[in-house]
Ligand binder design. Structure first.
Ligand code: AMP
Length: 281
């Protein structure tokens, strides 16, 4: 497995692979890899000849009061996992290798990124869309694999690819949970044992909501969302948002909505966790 640290080196590698007729699959990550990331790698291997994993804690998607400096990192372990899982190349630039000091061009999605995490984390999706567009240009993927864990992000990236005509297939892989139901996340590392136990309320309340909505349909939505909020607070969490939206538009569901997306963000201690569940109506 090769490791590249500069934009020129990874782009040279990718262009050479393309000239050799290889299909490239990209898995963008911020590192501290877990089974959720590795499921994306497996999917990329099914869809491409060459798999590139990027490991980059992207400063432009963090707000000034967020956890950029203390975001968990373990580059050696990440590389070992990538090698064990058949990754062809890791791209791990420094911020300086990714952004010129006078960087001044941004990719801004203006609909899907407005609510939910976009409303609570100003500038977050501008940073995400911009870095993903850069990674696409640097790694020339035929397919890029994202996780349903970050459902709003996946929709924003799909829209960017559609609206800017990137010739790239976007694949969204299922959300991977731990055995106890907690959605895998690099940020779970911040949780104390006690907080982690409390945080199990997230998946539990989403599953209960899913069952209730399947049975009682959209009329039950307001009650179901209120129940999720109540349960999170009872468990000692602090709700950031709990919403039920059309899974394609991220707008309130209508009679035409086939899949409802329940999305939530909540704090346990200082750690902000997100989770979601699709409900087929
Ligand atoms: P991150 O390193 O958190 O930026 O995530 C990199 C990619 O892995 C994103 O496409 C995430 O949606 C995806 N991902 C993170 N956690 C999970 C999970 N538990 N299940 C599936 N995909 C995930």
């Amino acid at each position: 497995m090769e490791i590249f640290k500069t934009a020129a080196a990874i782009q040279g590698f990718a262009l050479e692979q393309k000239r050799g007729g290889k299909r490239i699959g990209l898995v963008p990550t911020m590192g501290y890899l877990h089974e959720g990331h590795l499921s994306l790698v497996r999917r990329a291997r099914e869809l491409a000849d060459v798999v590139i994993v990027s490991i980059f804690v992207n400063p432009t998607q963090f707000g000034p009061t967020e956890d950029l400096a203390k975001y968990p990192r373990d580059f050696e372990r990440d590389c070992r996992l990538c090698a064990e899982h058949g990754v062809t190349a890791v791209f791990a630039p420094t911020p300086e290798a990714m952004y010129y000091p006078d960087h001044s061009v941004w990719v801004v999605e203006e609909q899907l990124s407005q609510g939910l995490c976009g409303a609570r984390r100003p500038g977050h999706f501008r940073g995400v869309a911009t870095v993903v567009a850069k990674l696409f240009n640097l790694t020339q993927p035929d397919v890029a694999v994202f996780g349903q864990k970050d459902a709003q992000q996946a929709l924003v990236i799909r829209r960017m690819v559609r609206d800017l005509n990137f010739p790239i297939r976007i694949e969204v892989a299922p959300l991977v949970r731990d055995g106890d139901g907690l959605a895998l996340s690099s940020r779970n590392r911040y949780l104390s044992e006690e907080e982690r136990k409390r945080a199990l309320v997230l998946s539990r309340s989403l599953w209960a909501a899913q069952a209730a909505l399947r049975e009682r349909k959209l009329e039950a939505l307001d009650g179901v969302l209120a129940a999720i909020r109540y349960e999170i607070e009872q468990a000692g969490g602090r709700v950031d948002y709990v919403e039920g939206l059309d899974s394609e538009t991220l707008q309130p569901p209508t009679a035409g909505t086939r899949k409802l997306l329940l999305l939530l963000a909540a704090y346990f201690g200082n750690t902000r966790l997100i989770d979601n569940q699709v409900v087929e109506l």
